[in-house]
Design a protein around this ligand. Sequence first.
Ligand code: COA
Length: 227
Amino acid sequence: MLALEEIFPPYGLRITCGDLELRVLRDEDFPELVELVQNGISVPGLPMPFPRAWHEEPYAPGTPGGFPATSLSWWWTQRSTFASDRWNLALTVRRDGELVGMQDMMAQDFPLIRSVTTGSWLGRAHQGKGLGTLVRQMVVGFAFDELDALACESKYVVGNHASAAVSRKTGYVDNGRVRGAQHTRDGAVGMEEQRVVVTPDTYVRSGEPVTYEGTQALRRFLGIERG
Ligand SMILES: CC(C)(COP(=O)(O)OP(=O)(O)OC[C@H]1O[C@@H](n2cnc3c(N)ncnc32)[C@H](O)[C@@H]1OP(=O)(O)O)[C@@H](O)C(=O)NCCC(=O)NCCS
């Protein structure tokens, strides 16, 4: 019988660095993930980091509204709409086996554009210890080394100093500002976002060795040819 990873190669991806491991989100991760979100993400004093305050929805497990139902459908959508011309690797971040956050890597028409976009968060208890920087360095290295990306883009709400610092330390440079809308618990508000981009020329690697598993099957699944 075929293994699940042979049917859906993103499940075979494993990116590791020391005690950190990134893998594509599975249903078995949900109980730990929901608890992590419930323990808090946003940092008092920093702007709400997401387009929608999904993490602050009323906690109502087992009901159709609130958290986690609204997030379940988002997480499942990443998998059900995964295709070679539009994909999101929704990666769990585990440290010593414990779920500490999520790192998304998205792309559209990747074989033609060779650019990915990233977004990430850590549970509040795991922030400010250098993990966010290391995780970003890991996925950007993965995009350049294993997917042959030419650029990785990201953006953060102006004033999110932690995200700005992670980008700077990974070698991103500013790439213009855009106005955006944020759906907070108190209603929709306008905000300013800083776009940033990193290329192999400016990328700052982590000092620790990073290992990859399952990349050949993933490249085939994503339609990425290697010369
Ligand atoms: C943004 C985030 C992923 C960064 O990860 P992290 O592990 O906390 O960051 P690191 O420990 O690697 O620190 C990176 C830098 O941010 C700085 N930093 C961390 N928290 C900060 C804060 N609250 N205010 C100002 N700077 C902060 C650190 O000092 C460090 O910079 P330095 O090395 O120059 O001192 C994490 O804080 C987080 O999940 N925040 C909430 C969600 C979020 O903002 N996601 C990003 C959306 S764009």
